[in-house]
Design a protein around this ligand. Structure first.
Ligand SMILES: Nc1ncnc2c1ncn2[C@@H]1O[C@H](COP(=O)(O)OP(=O)(O)OP(=O)(O)O)[C@@H](O)[C@H]1O
Length: 534
C-alpha cells in the first residue's frame, strides 16, 4: 500500500472483511539477529492476526526492539523473514515497511514541535507534492478524522499539545499513512491513567473493528490483561511463550519473562528521628516566562536528609526544567539553588564536593556518551579519583574495568562486555547502568527523573529498592516522576507541579489521597481550594 491521504482509500484499507480475521496478517518467521558474537534474537517467530491486539513482553534487553526493528526494516535479520498477507516480503528499509502498511509509534515523539497537527500529518506523507493545496488537504484530513474516535486539534502547534494529544497524533499519523499493522513501543509511558485507557481502548476497538493488527510493546501487565488478545514473551533473545491472554495469569506471564528468579525486596522505610537541616533548598527559582510550557516558578522547595520528596505532575508542567536547573543542564533566570546551605552551580567539582548525584530523563542522551564504553560511562564520576577519593593523574584502566564488572553484576546490567559501547545497550539497561554509577559511592542528594521509565517489573523493584536504601542511608532524594503510583509509593512528601508552580503538598505513602493529587495535577481549582500550597 502506498502512502495515501484519500479518506476513501484509508477507509478501504481499514475495512478488512471479517472473513480475513483470525489468520496471520503479518508473520515474522525464524528471525535471528547477531551483533558481533552476541545473539540478540534467536529464531523468533511471531504471528499477528488480522483484527488482533497482540502484546510483546520481555525484560529489558530481551530483544523486543530488535524483533520489531527486523520487522520494520531498520535491521536486516541474519536469518528468517517476514510474510505479509501470506506472501514473503523483503523489507530492506523502513520505507519498504511503510509502503507495505507496517507502521511504528515510538516512545519518543517524532512530530515537529513548531508545526501544526495538520502540517505534521501532511508533511509525513511520502508523496507530498511540490505545491500543497492546503484547503484540499484540510478537507481530506477532516473527513479522515470524522471516521476516527480519537480527536486532535488540526490547527494547534504540536508544542502546545499535551503528551496524550501528541501520542494520539502519532497514532493517527500512522493510520493516515495507511498502516494496517501498527507497532507501538510503550505508548502509555507518557500518559495519565485516563489517557492511557482512552488510547488503549481505541487501539483495541481499532483492531477488532477494522481488522488491523496491533502489536504493543509494554512492561505493564495490567495493560496486557485489560486490552490485549494474545501475548508473545521473549527472554534472552528467544521466544519463551505465547498464548491467549485470557488463558494466562499475570504470574504465569511474569514467570515466562524472568524464570524463577526472585525479585528484589523493597527495604523497610527507616523512621527519621530528627528532620535535619535541608540538603536541597530551592528559592524563588524562575526559568522561562510564567505560563509557557515547561517554565518554572518555584517559591520554595526543600528536601531534608533521609527524605524522599516526590514531584508529581503531568509532563510539560516544569518538572523536566526543574531537574535540568538542579543538574546544571539549564541556567535559571532568577532565584537560587542551595545544597547543604551553600549556593550550588552543578559543576562537576561542586557535585563531587557536595555528593550530589543525578539521574536525568533520557539518560543515554543526557547522562552518557553513547560512543564510549559501558566501563568508561560507569567511571565518569570516579576515573580521576583513587579509592580514598584523592585526585589521580593517570587513568587506571584495570581498576576501571574491575569496578565496571562489579557494578554490572550488582545492578544486573545486560551488556556484551564492559567494553561494549553504551549506545548498544537496550534502553532499560542504559537506565540501569546510569543508576549504578549515580548510586554507587556516597550520596547526600539524589535527583532522579522518571527513574523507572521503560524498565521491566523486575528492574522497577530493583531500582525502587535502591532509591529507598539511599534514603534510609540518609540521602535527600528529589524524585520527579510522571508515574503517580511511583511517587506515592516512594515519597515521604509529595509536591504537585502545575504550570511551573508547586500548587499542592501532602504526605506520601498510604496517607496520600491520589484523587486529590490527580485533581491538582490537572489544575482543578476546586480541589486546590481544599488543600492549597503549604
Ligand atoms: N546495535 C546494537 N549493537 C550491539 N548490541 C545490540 C544492538 N542493539 C541491541 N543490542 C543488544 O541486543 C539485546 C536486545 O536489545 P533490545 O533493545 O532488543 O531489548 P529490549 O527487549 O527492547 O529491551 P528494553 O525493554 O530495555 O527496551 C540487548 O542486550 C542489547 O544490548
Amino acid at each position: 500500500m502506498s502512502a495515501l491521504a484519500e479518506p476513501e482509500a484509508i477507509e478501504a484499507a481499514l475495512a478488512e472483511p471479517a472473513a480475513r480475521r483470525d489468520r496471520p496478517l503479518l508473520e515474522a518467521v525464524g528471525l535471528t539477529k547477531h551483533f558481533g558474537s552476541f545473539t540478540a534474537l534467536d529464531h523468533v517467530s511471531i504471528a499477528l492476526n488480522a483484527g488482533e491486539f497482540h502484546a510483546l513482553l520481555g525484560e529489558n534487553g530481551a530483544g523486543k526492539s530488535t524483533l520489531v526493528k527486523c520487522m520494520l526494516g531498520y535491521y536486516h535479520p541474519d536469518e528468517g523473514g517476514v510474510i505479509l498477507d501470506g506472501r514473503e516480503q523483503p523489507i530492506a528499509s523502513p520505507r519498504d515497511a511503510r509502503r507495505l502498511g507496517i507502521g511504528m509509534v515510538y516512545q519518543h515523539f517524532t512530530l515537529v514541535p513548531s508545526m501544526t497537527v495538520l502540517e505534521n500529518l501532511v508533511m509525513s506523507r511520502a508523496d507530498v507534492p511540490g505545491y500543497i493545496d492546503w484547503r484540499a488537504e484540510r478537507r481530506s484530513l477532516e473527513a479522515f478524522l470524522q471516521t476516527m474516535p480519537l480527536k486532535v486539534p488540526l490547527d494547534t502547534k504540536v508544542d502546545r499539545l499535551s503528551s496524550g494529544e501528541r501520542q494520539k497524533t502519532e497514532i493517527l499519523k500512522q493510520l493516515y499513512l495507511g498502516s494496517r499493522v501498527l507497532v507501538l513501543d510503550e505508548p502509555t509511558s507518557v500518559l495519565t491513567p485516563d489517557e492511557a485507557r482512552e488510547v488503549l481502548g481505541f487501539l483495541r476497538s481499532l483492531a477488532s473493528e477494522s481488522g488491523m493488527a496491533v502489536l504493543l510493546i509494554t512492561h505493564k501487565f495490567a495493560e496486557v490483561t485489560a486490552f490485549c488478545d494474545r501475548v508473545t514473551v521473549l527472554r534472552k533473545g528467544a521466544k519463551v511463550g505465547e498464548g491467549r491472554v485470557a488463558a494466562l495469569s499475570t504470574a504465569e506471564m511474569a514467570e515466562m519473562m524472568i524464570g524463577e528468579r526472585e525479585l528484589a525486596a523493597v527495604p523497610e522505610r527507616v523512621a527519621r528521628s530528627e528532620p535535619g537541616e535541608p540538603v536541597l533548598q530551592v528559592e524563588k527559582l524562575v526559568s522561562g516566562d510564567a505560563g509557557t510550557r515547561g517554565s518554572v516558578q518555584i517559591d520554595r522547595l526543600e528536601v531534608r536528609p533521609g527524605e524522599i520528596v516526590g514531584i508529581a505532575g503531568i509532563s510539560g508542567n516544569g518538572q523536566t526544567r526543574l531537574v535540568e536547573l538542579i543538574s546544571g543542564q539549564a541556567r535559571p533566570d532568577g532565584g537560587e539553588i542551595r545544597v547543604k546551605g551553600k549556593a550550588y552551580d552543578a559543576s562537576r567539582a561542586a557535585a563531587q564536593a557536595m555528593k550530589v548525584r543525578c539521574l536525568p530523563e533520557e539518560p543515554l542522551r543526557n547522562a552518557c556518551v553513547g560512543k564510549m564504553s559501558v566501563a568508561e560511562n560507569l567511571a565518569f564520576r570516579s576515573f580521576d579519583r583513587d579509592a580514598d577519593g584523592k585526585r589521580r593523574r593517570l587513568v587506571d584502566k584495570g581498576s576501571m574495568r574491575r569496578e565496571a564488572e562489579r557494578l554490572i553484576a550488582a545492578y544486573s546490567v545486560k551488556t556484551q562486555s564492559p567494553s561494549a559501547r553504551i549506545e548498544t545497550l537496550s534502553g532499560g539497561n542504559v537506565q540501569r547502568a546510569v543508576l549504578a554509577r549515580e548510586l554507587s559511592g556516597e550520596t547526600d542528594l539524589l535527583v532522579a527523573a522518571n527513574p523507572c521509565f521503560g524498565l521491566d517489573f523486575g528492574a522497577v523493584a530493583d531500582i525502587r529498592a535502591q532509591i529507598l536504601a539511599a534514603r534510609n542511608r540518609g540521602a535527600a532524594v528529589l524524585l520527579v516522576s510522571e508515574d503517580l503510583d511511583e511517587v506515592v509509593a516512594l515519597s515521604d512528601r509529595i509536591a504537585v507541579m502545575f504550570e511551573g508552580r508547586i500548587v499542592f503538598e501532602c504526605q506520601g505513602g498510604e496517607k496520600a489521597d491520589t484523587r486529590e493529587i490527580g485533581a491538582h495535577m490537572a489544575g482543578h481549582s476546586a480541589a486546590a481550594s481544599a488543600g492549597g500550597p503549604h
